[in-house]
Design a protein around this ligand. Structure first.
Ligand code: PHE
Length: 332
């Protein structure tokens, strides 16, 4: 019996097979169990001898089973380790870490500059009313920008804002001076896309209202901005202009940061590049917002974020910002 069991145990090549062998000999109806059970029918003098033998056989079988189990377990573990082995000499997988869109990076920089001068960030809706964008901003009834060929109309009173200037009105209605805010955001114009036009683009509006605010304050603020954004040698120049909501109004140019004002290919030989629009807040606009122009004055400015980021990084097509081509985005 013991020899048979020995052979069968060593032939069991899986846990299941081993268990079967155990049951065959040591189970309830196992061969050795039967022998032990049959002890009662033996002669009294035979019993201790046969009993001792049977018990020894059982112990031997149990030991053999235990050993075989261990061997099988080790084999299984080795197999598992082999199948899970890692080749530590293989090159690792590169983890691609996302980064901010160049426009967002530019906006962060602009925000930092103005926050450094004490400005707070304000926001207004992209779907705006004709009142906030035109009427309250003193735009004459026949102003060309009101035309559907320039502005997207949702209906006769509601538009997609073509500028961030309506945020000026929303802030002045709500907040008493002193006011010192910037309002960045998306704008929309009915333009055909090309290298310098996109029907969706971004502006950053600025507004300061307090007692005794002058054109000098506007100039100082924009000078700090231009030097921080384009470089400390940058000069700025005011060129007379017209906006319905500012008086006087100006377009502000910066000395070309490529040639320093000498005139080069970048600034088309002019030495200057157009930066933004600005002016002193028109008294009618202050009045429309419940602010007394006899007591308060203010300045406002508006700049194209896309345009400024293009200038600074030498990007020659605004559409690149919105195509999300990784070959472009990865350069920033
Ligand atoms: N809203 C003007 C534009 O879109 C810019 C501007 C803002 C000019 C504030 C003056 C003051 O061109």
């Amino acid at each position: 019996l013991q020899d048979n069991a020995k052979v069968e145990i060593s032939a069991s090549d899986s846990m299941e097979a081993l268990e079967k062998t155990r049951v065959k000999y040591l189970g309830k109806k196992g061969e050795l169990t039967e022998v032990l059970r049959g002890m009662g029918s033996l002669a009294a003098e035979e019993r201790p001898i046969i009993g001792k033998m049977a018990n020894e056989v059982r112990e031997t079988m149990e030991t053999l089973l235990e050993e075989a189990k261990k061997v099988l377990k080790n084999k299984a573990l080795e197999q598992q380790l082999a199948s899970e082995a890692i080749d530590i000499t293989m090159p690792g997988k590169k983890i691609e870490i996302g980064k901010k869109h160049p426009l967002t990076q530019g906006l962060d920089e602009l925000k930092n500059i103005f926050i450094g001068m004490g400005f707070k960030v304000a926001e207004g809706p992209e779907v705006e009313t004709v009142y906030y964008n035109f009427d309250a901003l003193n735009a004459p009834a026949n102003h060309p920008s009101r035309d559907i060929s320039d502005t997207f109309y949702i209906n006769k009173d509601v538009i997609l804002r073509p500028q961030t200037s309506p945020v000026q009105v929303r802030v002045m209605e709500r907040v008493k001076p002193p006011i010192r805010i910037i309002a960045p955001g998306r704008c929309f114009r009915n333009d055909t896309p090309d290298a310098t036009h996109s029907p969706m683009f971004h502006q950053l509006e600025g507004l300061v209202v307090d007692k005794g605010i002058t054109l000098g304050d506007l100039k100082g603020t924009l000078e700090v901005f231009a030097k921080e954004f384009l470089g400390s040698h940058t000069e700025i120049k005011f060129r007379p202009h017209y906006f319905p909501f500012t008086e006087p109004s100006a377009e502000i140019d910066a000395s070309c940061f490529k040639c320093g004002g000498e005139g080069c290919g970048f600034c088309k030989g002019e030495g200057w590049i157009e930066l933004l629009g600005a002016g002193m807040v028109h008294p009618n606009v202050l009045r429309n917002c419940g602010i007394d122009p006899e007591i308060y004055s203010g300045f406002a400015f508006g700049m194209g974020i896309d345009r400024l980021v293009m200038l600074k990084y030498g990007i020659d097509d605004i559409r690149l910002f919105f195509e999300n081509d990784m070959r472009f985005l990865n350069q920033f």
